[in-house]
Design a protein around this ligand. Structure first.
Ligand code: NDP
Length: 289
């Protein structure tokens, strides 16, 4: 039976650490980190994510300001808001909840955010810094996965890792972080041949695909660590249920360690957003981490 990597528990510890450091920032520098959360439209999943982020910000002592814009908001109006937030000295982090309505250009919106306030770590300057092994704001989901991996294994040096998925927000930054931690990294995607075979060679498998229960027991080397980033809604016995990209029931008996869905990567992502907001505030005030 695999060790369960409890994202709920680890994220609660992380949030507690962040809230202690937020209080120190208030006490020593008179500054409360501020997070602006921008939601365009009424996507139900996005509304839940935004609610959870605002709730966690309050827990960490971070001041959050929510900006809800209608689905037909123009690119110019969104740019104007971002520009205002970039210039607001009480706002240290700006998060624009994705996906945006189709008429808006996500790349342009991300590029408009001040890289020092880019708490999602999606700005090209931050992704470039990560690829170059330089300091910057790191995307929250891969950062959360790394914290879980380091808690489980300590040093990851020399381990082989397969990341399934090559998106800019999960797969690519995940691979960069694993490389920085001295893993031997393979990035797999929809064109990868013999994907099960590729995964079976790995000490660590990260599934960030968006395909319910794609990864099954025959994909996993006995004793490997499996991190399931996927969030997929399926119908089971007439009820809606959230499952990952990993078929938990078949993989869990042979893996060495595994994250559940829900209660794995999801809560870590939100806790890392708070960690990044604190880091962003410190960077803007030139206070070392
Ligand atoms: P994207 O759709 O942007 O990327 C999916 C990737 O998976 C692509 O690189 C795609 O390959 C690859 N892929 C698709 N089908 C297959 C397949 N059959 N075999 C191998 N690779 C495949 O998704 P995201 O990276 O944004 O998200 C991935 C998952 O993680 C989703 O379920 C999302 O909901 C979840 N997520 C969870 C978060 C959390 O906090 N827990 C945060 C962010 C995302 P190609 O490039 O060739 O098309």
């Amino acid at each position: 039976m695999a060790k369960l990597i409890n994202g709920k528990q680890i994220s609660a510890q992380l949030l507690e650490q962040v809230s202690v450091q937020v209080q120190q920032l208030k006490d020593n520098h008179g500054v409360t980190p501020g997070l602006a959360v921008v939601l365009v439209g009424e996507d139900p999943a996005s509304q839940v994510y935004v609610r959870n982020k605002i709730h966690s910000a309050a827990e960490a002592g971070i001041r959050s300001v929510e900006h809800r814009l209608s689905a037909d908001t123009s690119q110019a109006a969104l740019d104007e808001l971002i520009d205002k937030l970039n210039r607001d000295s009480e706002i240290h982090g700006i998060l624009v909840q994705l996906p945006l309505p189709a008429h808006l250009n996500e790349d342009d919106v991300i590029a408009a955010i001040d890289p020092l306030k880019d708490v999602d770590g999606f700005h090209p300057l931050n992704s470039g810094a990560l690829a170059a092994g330089q300091s910057g704001l790191v995307p929250c989901t891969p950062l959360g996965c790394m914290i879980m991996l380091q808690q489980t294994h300590g040093d990851l040096s020399g381990m082989t890792a397969v990341v399934i998925g090559r998106s800019n927000i999960v797969g690519k930054p995940m691979a960069a972080l694993l490389l920085q931690a001295n893993c031997t990294v393979t990035i797999a995607h929809s064109r990868t041949r013999d994907l099960a075979d590729v995964c079976r060679q790995a000490d660590i498998v990260i599934a960030a695909v968006g395909r319910a229960q794609l990864v099954t027991e025959d994909w996993i080397m006995p004793g490997a660590t499996v991190i399931d980033v996927g969030i997929n809604a399926i119908e089971l016995d007439g009820r809606r249920k959230l499952v990952g990209d990993v078929d938990f029931n078949s993989v869990e008996p042979i893996a060495g360690a595994i994250t559940p869905v829900p209660g794995g990567v999801g809560p870590m992502t939100i806790a890392c957003l708070m960690k990044n907001t604190l880091s962003a505030a410190r960077m803007q005030l030139s206070i070392p981490d």
